[in-house]
Design a protein around this ligand. Structure first.
Ligand SMILES: Nc1ncnc2c1ncn2[C@@H]1O[C@H](COP(=O)(O)OP(=O)(O)OP(=O)(O)O)[C@@H](O)[C@H]1O
Ligand code: SF4
Ligand SMILES: [Mg+2]
Length: 383
């Protein structure tokens, strides 16, 4: 049995909806509404789903940037949601996060040395003071950046390079789990490939487990060992990458796969087109029974009243968990098994090391200058 490093037990996060002059609570946005899964040591679990389905909220709960309304997160068997004091500080080292936007997640007023070295200020026992600069340089080298650029500011780097800085910061404390919330979504496709390759290299070298959150099914397939599909705050289906992509049994997964753009060589071929009816319902008022019934072409009366459980269901070859009363496998796209391939052969751009368009002079960066005015960055929340 693989070793479980992180476990979500029926995680729930409801945000109050306030209205009127008195700001009374008039409802709840059910952002995450009962999510359970296990993350194994050294694996990548991809989480996919449409915008607003609760992926980032789930990431923040796992990282304990927010407290759950109900449910728990266990790290190596220890209840992380109940931890405080020293235990909490220790667990904070073991679970780190990489954010989506390499522009807003790095403080523009700090040098690379300060950004990557900041976790050492919070956890001084990890690297003694005298050794921190050398450790930052080592980390820069590990993520394919030039260690001599240690005194530069974020605006002197390209987007891909900034995300490497974000990753270096994320791994600075030798965590066991890295939560990655859309880590490559803001990057050009060729740069995405380099960053994904870098992440796979680091995983092999450091034995990290990733929760890789993204809405891009192709990127998730490239990097994930297992994939969870979210719809309106719940997991619709979860399984090995091949089970979910080649033998999806949940109609929502099948619809998502049918919408994948096809320049991806691993998903090329004949494709069923499934066009979903209607919009995603509001998470403040999710449909009864199966949340997908308002858009599902297979829906029957039972779907409106009885909520299907996420449990093992036959997929034609074996079985994997799916939350559908009428689960049955349907190959939507012809897929090639990429799990045995080396990461760099899955992408057009093989480089793990940085080949980005750096911007040494920091000129012509009006966008960055605008961002220099933003003093709060996402990473500030981690302090
Ligand atoms: N702090 C908050 N207060 C109130 N509602 C929130 C808050 N954070 C998220 N939500 C709501 O919870 C739901 C899930 O949001 P979340 O950001 O987790 O989605 P997501 O899957 O990450 O979407 P995206 O793909 O666009 O990043 C959304 O309806 C969102 O509006
Ligand atoms: S339970 Fe019913 S509505 Fe839900 S996905 Fe399955 S068939 Fe569709
Ligand atoms: Mg998000």
């Amino acid at each position: 049995m693989p070793e479980v490093v992180l476990k979500a037990n029926d995680l729930v996060k409801h945000y109050p909806v306030k209205a009127g002059v008195l700001r009374r609570t008039v409802g709840q946005v059910k952002a995450v509404d009962g999510v359970s899964f296990e993350l194994y040591k050294g694996e990548t679990l991809g989480i996919v789903g449409e915008s607003g389905c609760g992926k980032s909220t789930l990431g923040r709960l796992l990282m304990r940037l927010e407290e759950p309304t109900a449910g728990t997160v266990e790290f190596e068997g220890q209840d992380w949601t109940a931890a405080s004091g020293r235990t909490m500080r220790k667990l904070r080292r073991d679970i780190q996060i990489v954010f989506q936007d390499p522009y807003t997640s790095l403080n523009p007023r700090m040098t690379v040395a300060d950004i990557i070295g900041e976790p050492f200020e919070i956890h001084p026992d990890v690297v003694p003071k005298g050794g921190r600069r050398a450790r930052v340089q080592e980390l820069l080298e590990l993520v394919g950046l030039n260690p001599e650029h240690i005194n530069r500011y974020p605006h002197q780097f390209s987007g891909g390079q900034r995300q490497r800085i974000g990753i270096a910061r994320g791994i600075a404390l030798n965590p066991k789990v890295l939560i990655c919330d859309e880590p490559v979504s803001a990057l050009d496709v060729s740069v995405q490939a380099q960053v994904v390759n870098l992440m796979e290299k680091l995983q092999d070298e450091l034995g990290l487990a990733y929760v890789f959150i993204a809405h891009d099914l192709s990127v998730v397939r490239h990097i994930s060992d297992r994939v969870g599909v979210m719809y309106l705050g719940k997991l619709a289906e979860i399984g090995e990458e091949d089970e979910v992509y080649s033998r999806p049994t949940h109609p929502y997964t099948q619809a998502l796969l049918s919408a994948v753009p096809v320049p991806d060589p691993t998903l090329r071929g004949k494709r069923d087109q499934i066009v979903l009816q209607g919009d995603v319902p509001s998470p403040a008022n999710p449909p009864s029974g199966c949340r997908f019934h308002t858009r599902c072409w297979k829906a029957q009366d039972v779907c409106k009243t009885d909520e299907p459980q996420l449990e093992l269901r036959a997929d034609g070859t074996g079985e994997h968990p799916s939350a559908c009363h009428f689960a049955e496998p349907r190959q939507v796209v012809e897929t090639t098994d990429v799990s045995g391939l080396a990461p760099d052969t899955r992408f057009a751009t093989p480089d793990v090391a940085d080949v980005g368009d750096e911007n040494p002079a920091g000129t012509g960066v009006t966008e960055d200058e605008r961002r220099l005015d933003d003093t709060t960055t996402e990473s500030d929340h981690l302090r």
